[in-house]
Every structure is written in structure tokens, then in C-alpha cells.
Ligand binder design. Sequence first.
Ligand code: URA
Length: 203
Amino acid sequence: MLTSELDEIAKEIKKCRKCKLWLTKQNYVPGEGNCKALIVFVGEAPGREEDIHGRPFVGNAGKLLTEMISRKLNLSRKDVFITNILKCRPPNNRDPLEEEIKACKPYLIRQLKSIRPKAVVCLGRHSASLIFSFFGLEFNGISKERGKIYEVEVEWGKMKVIAVYHPAAALYKPPLREVLEKDFEKIGSILKKRRTLEDFMEL
Ligand code: URA
């Protein structure tokens, strides 16, 4: 919960050499946003733009994500926390390797434990697969799991886990964009029924 805890994790990430990606990355991308966020978004790994700027989701997929957060949830990037499974860009945006996920996962788990969110939104199959398995949920593929709202018991109470298609997938497969919009609407519509985000999450 303390800002310093998240800062400390970011500092450690910026010195990380637990896998080989530090050799090819330009910048570490620890994540950014509200240290008390009620919703955390978890993507796959930084892409080209994110690697250049050291910030998550600032390229085309990021623009779509930012737009969804604003238009469908009525929130800004400053209200939420945005991060990735991997904190360094894999060369040519290839899929994360098992050993990279294994090495990087503790940072994500520590970030979640520090923020103590009420909901985690998994962006895409890599994120969903890791987060579902970590919290003991069965993952049956992104097309089956997307849009379903699960709830898990965590050290800080109950936390919702929701998988959606990755915004990048929605950009290159237009029919998926509609589905992504609907899934964000689903999160947003429950939100609107409640006075505050905190109330919504208590549903
Ligand atoms: N795709 C991701 O999964 N994460 C980013 O930060 C950018 C694109």
C-alpha cells in the first residue's frame, strides 16, 4: 500500500538480471499508476514504444486500452495501475519464454500484494493464463474465459479476476474489438450501478 513499497519494487526491477532480456531491452518497464488502485491491468510484455519510453501501454494497443478505461469505465490511467507480466521487452515482440515468466513473476505478485486491488484485469492469454493459475483458477483459453468475472480469496480479502482479449489483438482482428468493448462495458455497467468504485467491488 505504501508508495515506497511499489517504488522499492520498481528500483529492484531496474537492476534486474534474472533473465537475458536485460541485455536487449532499452528500458525497464515496471508499471505505473495509482499505488492504491482498486483495479490493476496486467498485459504481456512491453513492446517497442514501451521499451523506448519505459512506460507500459503507450503504443497503439495502449491508446486503445487508455480509451477503454476512460470511455467504458469513466476512469483515467492515474486511477488504475497498469503493468505487465514481463518488465522487459522480448526481442521483436516474441512471446514470453517460460523461464522469463518464472523469473519475472515474483515482481508482479509483489506489486499486487503491495497495491491490494479489488480486481485484476488480465489483458490477453499470457497474462490470463499466469494469473488464473497463480490464483488457483482453471484457464480454458482466452476465448472461453474472456468477460467472465471470477472472485478469489486473497490476503487482503476478495479480489475479482477478469480476462479480456489483448487490446493489440483487437487492433489487428476488428471483430475482437467489439468483444473487448463489450467486456469493458460489462465491467463499466456494474460500476455505474454503484455510487463508488469501492461499493462496486463489494458486490
Ligand atoms: N502490449 C503489452 O502487453 N504490454 C504493453 O505494455 C504494451 C503492449
